[in-house]
Design a protein around this ligand. Structure first.
Ligand code: AMP
Ligand code: MG
Length: 404
């Protein structure tokens, strides 16, 4: 049973409770083609070298550096080596091979002269500059040597990492799996068919915003639909979701209203804690687990559900996917105007627009801070963290969470 009027708890306490129950999923092998944004579960050791063979960094002529110490000098062209083909001939004294960027260095040659420093007549090339041994040659293993540890465990895979894995000939990589997160909206007032609104009806926005947040954060969002304020319907939707998903995010039904059944159902089918957190917006949160499946019962007010996602669901889900830093880093900006709030014992997460100017991040409030005013969320790109008090003055340093 949950207390009807729990005390407000600090954000950190609520988040620690959540993170303690969001355990990392077992590692699996993932195709590299699907690994963008995933976290490595083991070190990556190179089984191939990059580059795999010594090759030329320039279009030009492969020569013996000894032959071009006194210039200009004329050498006989013995073959042309294109990228993707092996040399057929050994470069001997007084000889050169025409060579294209990326092509293997032929035996006998130890330097490349760029084509701009040469001129050709028939099968004779005139070299105009002296070059040293190794000039414009990229040795085998120059970037990665065989046996080298390329990436540590817990690396978040970016485009560059995936390119390296392809260069190493790897098709799969051991990662924590991409999380499948079910999303449902609850509320008898909600419709999503685009039709005429009946008395008391509003359109469901939270499901789309939550699915979009999850997608942008690299999770697989699974639409569990719109669920009415009925205990049986909520229970069966949650149980089905727990069967098919790694985690569930719900919106609505976790406040103090008569028909707020999500927390009641979570209490009966799962292990749930209902929290009132000393923040605004997003004070109520029901967090629990059904079996091993975490369920984030976010509040229904559109801004609250997005802020609650940012502060609790996103870190919890990222922890399950193995992110070494699941919580977004707080950075500092400068208030370009007063950011006003009133004392209420809570930390405020105000919608602001942050812009970069002259080496500083300038922070301005956006109009419409009500937790039902979703357009302010759409117009903002950051949340300003305003501790209990009267807000801050123009020029004050202010903590922000940069959302995009
Ligand atoms: P609740 O948390 O269920 O008490 O809902 C709080 C407020 O958010 C009410 O005004 C609801 O109508 C509204 N609301 C709840 N769910 C949604 C939703 N999915 N989309 C838009 N508004 C919602
Ligand atoms: Mg409701």
């Amino acid at each position: 049973m949950t207390a009807r009027f729990p005390l407000m708890i600090p954000l950190e306490e609520a988040r620690t409770y959540v993170l303690d129950r969001c355990t990392r999923r077992a590692a699996t092998f993932t195709p590299v083609s699907d690994a963008l944004g995933l976290v490595t579960a083991a070190e990556v050791i190179a089984e191939e070298a990059i580059p795999p063979f010594a090759n030329t960094a320039m279009d030009g002529f492969a020569v013996r550096s000894f032959d071009v110490t006194t210039v200009p000098v004329q050498l006989r062209i013995i073959e042309t080596i294109a990228a993707g083909y092996g040399p057929k001939l050994v470069v001997g004294a007084g000889e050169a091979s025409r060579i294209m960027t990326g092509a293997p260095i032929p035996e006998g040659a130890d330097a490349v002269v760029m084509v701009e420093k040469t001129s050709v007549t028939g099968d004779v090339v005139t070299i105009e500059v002296a070059v040293e041994e190794g000039n414009h040659i990229r040795p085998a293993g120059d970037d990665v040597a065989i046996g080298q540890m390329v990436f540590a465990a817990s690396t978040v895979l970016t485009a560059g990492h995936l390119g390296v894995l392809c260069s190493l000939g790897m098709n799969e990589i051991e990662t924590y799996p991409r999380l499948r997160v079910g999303v449902m909206s609850t509320g008898d007032e909600l419709v999503d068919d685009g039709g005429h609104l009946g008395p008391g009806q509003i359109r469901d926005s939270n499901r789309r915003t939550l699915i979009s947040l999850l997608t942008a954060d690299g999770f697989v969002a699974i639409d569990l639909g719109l669920v009415p304020d009925e205990e049986e319907a909520i229970e069966s939707a949650l149980l089905q979701g727990a069967d098919h998903c790694d985690a569930i995010v719900t919106s609505g039904g976790v406040s103090m209203g008569d028909f707020d059944y999500v927390k009641a159902v979570l209490d009966s089918v799962g292990d749930m804690r209902w929290m009132q957190i000393a923040i605004k917006p997003a004070k109520p949160l029901a967090f629990g687990t059904i079996g091993h499946t975490p369920v984030f019962g976010l509040p229904g007010n559109p801004v609250s559900s997005m802020v609650s996602y940012e502060l609790f669901a996103r870190p919890g889900l990222r922890a399950m996917m193995g992110f070494p830093e699941p919580i977004r880093t707080t950075i500092q900006g400068v208030a370009a105007e007063p950011l006003v709030r009133h004392r209420d014992g809570k930390t405020h997460y105000s919608r602001v627009s942050a812009s970069y100017k002259d080496g500083r991040i300038l922070v301005r409030s956006v109009t419409g801070q009500g937790s039902h005013m979703l357009t302010s969320m759409a117009r903002s790109n950051a949340l300003a963290v305003l501790p209990n008090g009267d807000g801050c003055d123009e020029g004050d340093v202010v903590d922000i969470l940069l959302l995009n």
